[in-house]
Design a protein. Structure first.
Length: 507
């Protein structure tokens, strides 16, 4: 008979992995299935911000904003290697929102969420401040406030690693194709990458499939649910660095939307995002020429030098699985999360996750525990996840530079730029990655940029990487710097590493 778990989770995005971590930490036996790579859908395609959502105040989503503002510093402390503070510059546009309204919104932003480490809002004179230099001369005043950056895909992987360390079983390239209630449990059938099938049983099933949440409801569990999902496409462009300082911009547009321009991967600027209703397979989502043109034009409204189509070096796009609240415009649809519980008398419960923001993934997981604890008594334990760091995050929130210096003293031979990148990605785990290395030769093969064999083996062995794209575009963004020949060599090497490892079969 198939093994029995307390919870089976469909979906290896930030919500699925966050739920797996929280549940495993409370003593539940957990198995998670992801049809592709961890963070392979929406969770790798965000604007990469841990933020309150300043514009959500205009839609009166005060609960969501308060929760998100509070979570900024919680998540920062959990993972100070992949989360760090940023300052955002909001130029006043005379033809759009008045200055008093911006000041009021930022006053609320400063005081709703229990801010402790992040600095407060201030007013800038763009004629004298460096933030004004890249902008068109018509902008005189700006407001500067704080939010945080996050390496979104790495946040997902670190939650999965922590869940695994607490006993959860994590399976990628494993698609749930059927789930049926049998004898008070779920019987879950999984299609594996080698074409075989496996079955597990679970006392509860969590549908955290993101853009595929409705597909799971309709095609996998065949549930009659009145809840709906609204798929909204958000696209981003990456261009060569547009300004020298390390602050970000938030620009208002005449259509009521906002876009960000954010320093990205040292040599680039990230510009996004769009909000467009999406139809079709979420796997096929891509930035359209209309969206690219929109982002170039919106940024060019503010920068002194226009952003042109030929400046774009990369684009990415994701599909947000928002709860369908009937909003007339995609940009007005709620970003709050909704959890629905299908728990018939005597039948195993099904929890489905709609919407949510990467900022509030941990609170969403706590809400999921609250929904299920009546059916799974071990979940009726105090909240714990906010006070426990993620792998590699066991150093002070403001201690990144000190950690770099400490590891540099232990390994004086390592190139400083590589070390800074490694600490940003892996935190204190860098010590384990570099263990026994006494020189560059000990890092093994090189795959372009500063990617080495030792790092690749870590990603395959510890972080479920199974392809070059997993490494170049989700575990890192080295795809911006590595050419086709190096990528092909990396693909061959990863395939060799995976083939040498024992296959993980769900049980």
């Amino acid at each position: 008979m198939a093994d029995l778990y307390d919870i089976a989770i469909i979906g290896g995005g930030v919500n699925g992995c966050g739920i797996a971590r929280d549940a495993a930490g409370r003593g539940a036996s957990v198995v998670l299935f992801e049809q592709g790579d961890l963070a392979g859908g929406t969770s790798c395609a965000s604007t990469k911000l841990i933020h309150g959502g300043l514009r959500y105040l205009e839609h009166y989503e005060f609960r969501l904003v308060r929760e998100a503002l509070t979570e900024r510093e919680v998540v920062w402390r959990m993972a100070p290697h992949i989360v760090w503070p940023l300052r955002f510059v909001l130029p006043h546009h005379k033809g759009l929102r008045p200055a008093w309204l911006l000041r009021l919104g930022l006053f609320l932003y400063d005081h709703l969420g229990g801010r402790k480490l992040l600095p407060a809002t201030r007013v800038l004179d763009l004629a004298t401040d460096d933030a004004g230099k890249p902008l068109a001369p018509g902008y005189r005043k700006a407001f500067e406030y704080s939010d945080c950056w996050v390496e979104d895909s790495r946040l997902v992987v670190l939650n999965a690693r922590d869940a695994e360390a607490r006993g959860a079983k994590i399976h990628t390239r494993a698609k749930v194709v059927a789930a049926n209630r049998e004898d008070g449990c779920w019987s879950v059938t999984v299609a594996l990458s080698d074409g075989s099938h496996s079955t597990v049983r679970a006392k509860a099933l969590v549908n955290a499939a993101g853009p595929w949440v409705a597909d799971v409801l309709n095609g996998v569990v065949r549930a009659n649910s009145g809840a709906g999902v609204r798929l909204v496409q958000g696209s981003h462009i990456v261009v060569r660095r547009l300004f020298a300082h390390d602050r970000c911009y938030i620009f208002q547009n005449a259509d009521g939307r906002i876009i960000f321009a954010i320093p990205y991967e040292r040599d680039f600027t990230l510009i996004g995002t769009t909000d467009v209703d999406y139809k079709g397979d979420p796997r096929a989502v891509a930035a359209s020429e209309t969206e690219i043109g929109y982002l170039c034009a919106a940024a060019s409204e503010y920068f002194a030098s226009p952003v042109r189509r030929e400046d774009v070096v990369w684009t990415y796009s994701g599909v947000r699985p928002l709860y369908d609240d009937g909003a007339s415009k995609a940009q007005e649809a709620t970003r709050d999360y909704v959890l629905t519980l299908d728990a018939p008398q005597g039948g195993a419960p099904l929890l489905s996750v709609f919407g949510g923001k990467i900022t509030t993934f941990r609170r969403l997981a706590e809400s999921a525990m609250d929904k299920l604890k009546g059916r799974l008594p071990m979940l009726d334990k105090p909240s714990w996840s906010g006070g426990a760091v993620l792998p590699g995050g066991d150093f002070p929130a403001t201690g990144y530079e000190a950690l770099v210096s400490s590891i540099a003293a232990e390994h004086p031979w390592i190139e400083r730029g590589l070390l800074r990148r490694l600490v940003r990605a892996y935190g204190t785990d860098v010590r384990t990655i570099l263990k026994g290395a006494t020189g560059e030769a000990d890092l093994g093969l090189r795959f372009g940029a500063d990617l080495t064999e030792r790092e690749v083996r870590w990603l395959v062995d510890k972080e479920w990487a199974r392809s070059a794209d997993d490494i170049l575009w989700r575990r890192s963004k080295l795809g911006l710097r590595i050419g086709p020949e190096d990528k092909e060599a990396l693909e061959r090497f990863v395939a060799q590493c995976v083939a040498a490892a024992a296959p993980a079969v769900p049980a």
